[in-house]
Design a protein around this ligand. Sequence first.
Ligand SMILES: Cc1cc2nc3c(=O)[nH]c(=O)nc-3n(C[C@H](O)[C@H](O)[C@H](O)COP(=O)(O)OP(=O)(O)OC[C@H]3O[C@@H](n4cnc5c(N)ncnc54)[C@H](O)[C@@H]3O)c2cc1C
Length: 364
Amino acid sequence: MSAPSNENLTEATGVPMWDPEVDDVLVCRQVRQETHDVKTFVFSAREPRDFRFYPGQHMTFELPVDGMVTRSYTISASAARPYRIEITVKRVPGGPGSNWLHDNMLPGKEINVIGPSGDFTTDANAEEKLLFISAGSGITPMMSMTRTACDLSEPYDLHFIHAARSPSDIIFHKELELLASQNPTLRLAFTCDTTSAHHSWSGYIGRLNIQMLAMMSSDYKERKIFCCGPARFMEGVRAMLQDVGFNMDQYFEESFDFGAETAGTIEEPSSAPEISGDTYRVSFPKTGHVVVVSPGMTILSAAKEAGLLPMSSCQRGICGTCKSKLLSGEVDMQHGGGIRKREIDQGKILICCSTPLSDVEVEL
Ligand SMILES: Cc1cc2nc3c(=O)[nH]c(=O)nc-3n(C[C@H](O)[C@H](O)[C@H](O)COP(=O)(O)OP(=O)(O)OC[C@H]3O[C@@H](n4cnc5c(N)ncnc54)[C@H](O)[C@@H]3O)c2cc1C
């Protein structure tokens, strides 16, 4: 499954492409309440833009909370409808980013974004059988992939399993039922932790286990599996598949959980250690800390070793939280889309995914 050929589309429609290096402002056009704690936000560019994204990719939003926090959200919309971006956000109790969006993002508001980026997408061909397993807000990449496949009338043999707390917590429930009724090769199964007397429920009840999985998708061992949900849910799915000898080369997952870290106490600088052999010197001039590191160690790890605790979150070069200025030296940065090319040109790096290639000085 790949994004439609946008070049031809642009030629046909005259709508310019969204260029992540130049374009970075989205305008909110619509807000939809999906469940009691989940909203979908619909955005487009100020002027019409043709967004090029693969189903399953995300955008990183710069949210004006306590200065600024960055949070990534998967595009839940179909990649075959390229003129808008939709994200579907679950309100996390006490979470600064999701609550800001729920309480402040209204039609007409503008927001800065980075992306689209990410490699959680299926390049499956029509002969392959797919199995999507999601829980909670982890449904969003699966929804984009499913919507795209249905929009493009691609005849995938797709089983879609979703786990939720209760029937009323199932995001996109009605739309998925509709898509399944129109697409015979899409088969759905839901399981809920609990049900209530107010809601008639004919789906599964309880935590997903291997017996349940086999009933929901009897040929799951022959399928390519895509999984997304809370860290413990995915750990459980992985362990259960490994236990039954599933070929894990056919298992792909996306994590929304980073285990957020925040700025903390800075310890007193220690004197610069001796430099030897295959090592580089990582200096933080603002605080006077210097660390000697082996090749392959990230600048973030070096900062932590120095007793510093810079803001960081994803550790994968996605979220942009640890963006810092490289004052001198060279690094190898293997980022996942959390930084723009023009920021790199200005000497910015993401320290979580940058390893020194020489002695370096970094401003934290
Ligand atoms: C690639 C990717 C795609 C994603 N897609 C989606 C999606 O489609 N939909 C979706 O809903 N989410 C998605 N997420 C998750 C999303 O990015 C946010 O992590 C989520 O919305 C929670 O952010 P938050 O700021 O509200 O809470 P967080 O900052 O994650 O906070 C969570 C918890 O940590 C606590 N906390 C936060 N900051 C502090 C602090 N400074 N001190 C003490 N405690 C603190 C909060 O109280 C809260 O309980 C995605 C994440 C990734 C990486």
